[in-house]
Design a protein around this ligand. Sequence first.
Ligand code: DHB
Length: 326
Amino acid sequence: MTQKTGQRKWDLRKKMADISTEIAGVKFETCVFNAAGPADVTLKELEVIGKSKSSAITMKSCTLEPRKGNPEPRYADLEFGSINSMGLPNLGYKAYVKFSKIVKEKYAKPVVASISGMTLEDNIVIFKAFNDSPVDLIEFNPGSPNTIGKPIVGYDFQEMDRLLETVSKICKKPWGVKLPAYFDFVHYDQIAKVIKKYPVKFLTSVNSVGNGLVIDPNKEKTVIKPKGGFGGIGGRYIKYTALANVRKFYELLGRKIQIIGVGGVYTGVDAFEFILAGASAIQIGTAFLQKGPVIFAKAQKELLDFMEKKGYKNIEDVRGKLKTIN
Ligand code: DHB
C-alpha cells in the first residue's frame, strides 16, 4: 500500500462514526440489538440472532417451568406494528442457562437474559441460576401485559419495591428492569423513586403497550384469541410513547441509570431519535419479527450514515441532547 492510499484509508476511517456503546460496563459493538420476545425462544432462533448483526443476543423472558403460552392465534401483524398475547411461551429458565453457555462460546457478543418469574420465589430461584451462567446482563421483566389473571406489575409500585429489593440482594450480575409504558408524569416520579433505592444499572423502556384491542371489521371479530382479543401493542404505533418514556426516565434518572430504548424502531433514524431522547442502546422487537434479522444491519447502517451526515462521531455526542422549543 502506498503512503497516499494508506493515508486516504485512514482519513475514511476517521470519518466513520462510532456507534458502539457500553451498558453497565459491558461493551457492545453497536448500540442496536434484539428485544426480548420475538423469535428468541429456541436455541435455533438464538443462533439466528448470533449470526446476525444484532450486537447482543437477548433471550426470551423465562419462567421457572416451561410454558406453552396462550392459545393461538396470539400474534398478528398490523399495518403499523403488531398485537400479541403470547402468554410467555418459553422453555423454562434451565434451558436458557444452558443456551447462554452455548451461544456465549460461539458468538463474540454479549448475552442478555430476561427473567419473568411468576412469583417472588420463582424469581429468586431463576436469578440464582443465572448468577452461575455466562450471561453478561440480566433484564428483569416483572410484568408481561398478557399473563391471564395477573395485573401488569410495573403499575404496582409497592410490588415493584418488594421485587427490586429481593433482586438487589441475590443478583450478582449487572441487572436492569424492563418497564411498561407510563402515561402520567406522577407515575414516572413514583416509579423513579422506587428504582433509585436499588442498584439498578439500566432501564429498558418500553414493554409492549398493554391491552390494545384490534378488530377485523369484515369478520366483526378480534384478530387474536386470548383475553377476548386484548393484547400488547408493538411497532410504529408505540414509538412516540416509547420516546416519551425514555425521555422522562433520562430526565429523572439519566445521570445514574442507563436507558435502553425499545418501541417502534424500524430504521436507523428511529434509533437516532431514541439516542437524542437519552437512550444508550436500542432494541428492535416487532420490526425484527416482520423484516427478519437483516433489520439489525440495516438500522445500524442507516444510523451510521445519518450520524456521519450530521457530523457526529459517537453516540455520546448525541445522547440526551434533544432540544425543546422555548
Ligand atoms: C410477553 C409479552 C410481553 O410484553 C412481555 O414483556 C413478556 C412476555 C408474552 O406475552 O409472552
